[in-house]
Design a protein around this ligand. Structure first.
Ligand code: SF4
Length: 288
């Protein structure tokens, strides 16, 4: 089998060649996450990696973009990652960009010098699931880091010259912590100042710890109109520079796109208008 399912990639990597060098996520504890629950973390053997790269070359020898899966390839030892990057740029002559998912713990586990050497060898973009800037929410969802560690991780990647795409999850604070979730997320993203910011909206899958919390009554989902209020509070308090912002995932109630902070007022006006006109994606149409 070429890929071991399930296989995930960011929406912006739809045209990239996906090479699966690790399986699952080494953290695998976030209460809302369903992605790799039945897939124990494993690093492919060097031989299996070589075979998979050779397969990728056979199907897409002119690949310009490669995304390395699964959950957190940045967790690999730096010498191995450098070897993989060198191999990819040698085997794919048209290659312009290599990207991957990285957890905050993976970033904190690398020195600034290691990250700089990865960038020099061709690592162009890392996707970081920030999820929330609130320490309360981060702890509740078992993200495994504090907001300050998240900031240190993100800033370290950016200072190495690697582009950073951060993701937040609307509604992750539920009805109890939505304001703190918005304000603290704005604080953390402003401190990191990433090139890209994506906003998803919480969708709860069966068989996740969060689903059980909802059934037990200890977590209450944020209704759609409050999700809009939360997004408004987030945007009002963000201070970033030339950050490409997207809230256009099928999970979102409202599609938004712009560059922050320059498009802040237009985006706030769009939220206001959609709220007044009730122009939100119906609950049943939201999807992962
Ligand atoms: S770090 Fe990412 S992939 Fe891993 S459990 Fe958390 S949300 Fe899921």
């Amino acid at each position: 089998m070429t890929y071991e399912a399930p296989l995930y990639r960011p929406p912006s990597e739809a045209r990239s060649l996906i090479l699966q060098l690790t399986l699952g996520c080494s953290h695998n504890q976030c209460t809302f996450c369903y992605m790799y629950k039945g897939k124990p973390y494993r690093v492919k053997s060097p031989e299996a990696m070589r075979e998979h790269i050779a397969w990728g070359k056979a199907i897409d020898p002119g690949a310009r973009r490669i995304f390395l899966a699964d959950g957190n390839v940045l967790g690999l030892e730096t010498p191995l990652l450098l070897e993989i990057l060198t191999t990819l740029y040698r085997e794919f002559p048209a290659l312009e960009r290599v990207s991957l998912y990285g957890g905050p713990g993976d970033m904190l586990g690398k020195t600034p010098e290691e990250l700089a050497s990865l960038h020099k060898t061709g690592l162009q973009l890392v996707y970081l699931g920030v999820e929330s800037g609130s320490d309360t929410v981060l702890q509740q969802v078992r993200k495994g880091v504090t907001s300050e560690e998240m900031i240190t991780a993100g800033v370290r990647v950016r200072e190495a010259g690697i582009h950073l795409s951060c993701m937040l999850i609307s509604g992750l604070g539920g009805t109890t912590h939505w304001e703190e979730h918005a304000l603290e997320s704005a604080r953390v993203i402003s401190a990191i100042n990433p090139e890209y910011l994506g906003l998803l909206t919480l969708l709860v899958e069966d068989n996740t710890p969060l689903h059980r919390q909802i059934q037990q009554g200890s977590f209450h989902l944020l209704p759609a109109e409050k999700v809009l209020a939360e997004t408004r509070l987030l945007l009002e308090n963000l201070q970033v520079t030339d950050c490409t912002f997207r809230s256009n995932h099928p999970s979102n109630y409202l599609n938004l796109a712009g560059v922050l902070n320059q498009d802040q007022q237009r985006l706030l006006a769009e939220i206001q208008e959609a709220g007044e006109q009730g122009r939100l994606r119906p609950e049943g149409w939201r999807a992962l």
